[in-house]
Design a protein around this ligand. Structure first.
Ligand code: FE2
Length: 318
């Protein structure tokens, strides 16, 4: 059975005692072959899911043609009004999958209206979940994906932005806007060749210059829109600026950098360090924070970094 016709899905998104409505496949360790784990009409019990996790199975597979059914299922899980019965892990996991899927399609179609609209809807949903539930103890970090694509990075950064904004005491509307801004902060990267973004090894001067244009490109694409607030535009434009003026694209200093861009910068770098890149392995969270700490006050806003550090330390240690 070729893996190529199947899509991996996260076990964290599955709920117990419900027929998912699609066949679930599991990959055999020795042969990498996919075998039927559970047929569509059968429920999954809490014990089944615990057993999978206990065996270190965090991924199952579905057939490619079941993708829409799965997306529908995810939306149902993520947006269900009665969230009492749905554990945070499943809600947040389902939402991150939806975010990735919607962003991937919107980015691929290069439709700005569609991308902004999707980001806005998803930002609201994410903010709602983040403000309602206690994220720190509920494993949000574990349900995020860590493969490298611009939309995965954007989805992770968006969640992190929402978490940090919430912990810093932003009100509900601001948390929503910051989360949406996080989804769009790297929009300008869509104009940059994938080969260049994923290139390992050293980049030459002209390649660096090209990549460093993405904040300007993103800002230009969004600047004329009436559905974006200033802070969100600044997140796209200034998320690579540093407090000491050694960032890009302008090299402005702390007082000139919008607070939301400073917030975005903290979580953007953390996400980049701790997720998988084609050219290096992910760094443990503790090490990433330690590295960022060295740049406190130089690159990063010290108060925001301190708050982020406590979120990470309270969430999990690795
Ligand atoms: Fe960026």
């Amino acid at each position: 059975m070729p893996v190529v016709d199947y899509i991996p899905i996260s076990v964290a998104t599955l709920l117990p005692s419900e027929a998912v409505g699609l066949d679930l496949y599991q990959q055999e360790r020795e042969t990498n072959r996919l075998v039927l784990y559970r047929a569509a009409g059968y429920p999954l019990s809490f014990e089944d899911l615990e057993r999978l996790r206990g065996r270190g199975v965090h991924q199952l597979f579905i057939r490619h043609d079941s993708r829409e059914v799965y997306q529908k299922y995810l939306r149902e899980v993520a947006t269900r009004d009665d969230c009492q019965g749905v554990p945070f892990r499943a809600r947040a996991g389902a939402l991150t999958e939806v975010v990735r899927d919607v962003l991937q399609v919107a980015f691929a179609q290069q439709s700005l209206d569609q991308t902004v609209q999707a980001a806005d809807e998803l930002g609201s949903l994410a903010a709602e979940i983040l403000t309602k539930d206690s994220f720190a103890t509920n494993g949000l970090f574990r349900v995020l994906h860590h493969d490298y694509t611009t939309f995965t990075h954007s989805a992770n950064v968006a969640f992190y932005c929402g978490v940090l904004a919430s912990e810093l005491g932003f009100d509900g509307e601001a948390i929503k806007q910051v989360t949406t801004g996080g989804l769009l902060h790297d929009l300008g990267k869509l104009e940059i060749a994938k080969e260049l973004l994923c290139k390992g090894g050293r980049l030459d001067e002209s390649e660096f210059r090209r990549i460093r244009l993405h904040p300007v490109i993103g800002f230009r694409k969004l600047a004329h829109r009436e559905d974006m607030v200033e802070g969100q535009l600044m997140m796209a434009y200034q998320h690579h600026e540093r407090l000491d003026g050694r960032g890009y694209p302008v090299g402005c200093v702390s007082s000139e950098i919008h607070p939301w861009a400073q917030l975005c910068s903290v979580v953007d770098v953390f996400e980049a360090l701790t997720s998988h890149r084609p050219y290096r392995t992910p760094m443990p969270c503790s090490k990433a924070i330690m590295l960022q700490q060295r740049e406190s006050g130089a690159a990063f806003n010290p108060e925001m970094l301190k708050c982020w550090k406590s979120i990470i330390q309270n969430s999990f240690v690795n």
